[in-house]
Design a protein around this ligand. Structure first.
Ligand SMILES: C=C(O[C@@H]1C=C(C(=O)O)C=C[C@H]1O)C(=O)O
Length: 132
C-alpha cells in the first residue's frame, strides 16, 4: 500500500451542507471528502501528540492525563452538538489511545501494532524507557 499522507491544509474542509445534497452519489462523495480531511487531521494530531509524549516528564500511557482529556472534549462539545459530549468523549478516547499507541510503537521501533495489554501478556515491555 502506498502512503498517501495529505497536508491537512490541502484537504477539502468545506463539503456541501446536508441540505445541498440530493443524491446518494453526492452524499457518498461528500463523506469521502470529509473522511479524507479527517484522516489527514488524525495523522497530524497523532504526530503532534507524539511530540507531547517526548516533552512530558512522563509520556505515553503512563503519563495519561484524564483532566486534559476531559477539557479537550468539553472544548469540542459545542462544535458537535448533534453528537453530544458523551459520544464525543467515546470518539476522542479512541483517537487519543490510537495516538498513544502509534507513538509508543514508533519509539519502540517494532513496527508492529502495539497493544498495551499484549505487552504485559508476553511479559515483554516494548521499551522500558519510553516516555520517561
Ligand atoms: C498529548 C498528551 O498526552 C496524552 C494524550 C492526549 C491527547 O492525545 O490529546 C491528552 C492527554 C494525555 O492523556 C497531553 O498530555 O497533552
Amino acid at each position: 500500500m502506498t502512503d498517501q499522507v495529505l497536508d491537512p491544509a490541502e484537504t477539502v474542509v468545506a463539503p456541501p451542507r446536508p441540505e445541498e445534497i440530493a443524491t446518494l452519489a453526492q452524499a457518498r462523495a461528500a463523506i469521502d471528502d470529509i473522511d479524507a480531511a479527517l484522516a489527514a487531521l488524525l495523522e497530524r494530531r497523532a504526530a503532534v501528540a507524539a511530540v507531547v509524549q517526548r516533552l512530558k516528564p512522563v509520556g505515553g500511557f503512563a503519563g495519561r492525563d484524564p483532566e486534559r482529556e476531559r477539557r479537550i472534549v468539553a472544548a469540542m462539545a459545542p462544535l458537535a452538538p448533534s453528537l453530544g459530549p458523551e459520544r464525543l468523549a467515546r470518539i476522542m478516547k479512541v483517537v487519543i489511545e490510537a495516538g498513544l499507541e502509534a507513538a509508543q510503537e514508533a519509539r519502540s521501533g517494532t513496527g508492529r501494532e502495539t497493544d498495551p495489554e499484549a505487552d504485559s501478556e508476553t511479559g515483554a515491555e516494548a521499551d522500558p524507557s519510553a516516555g520517561r
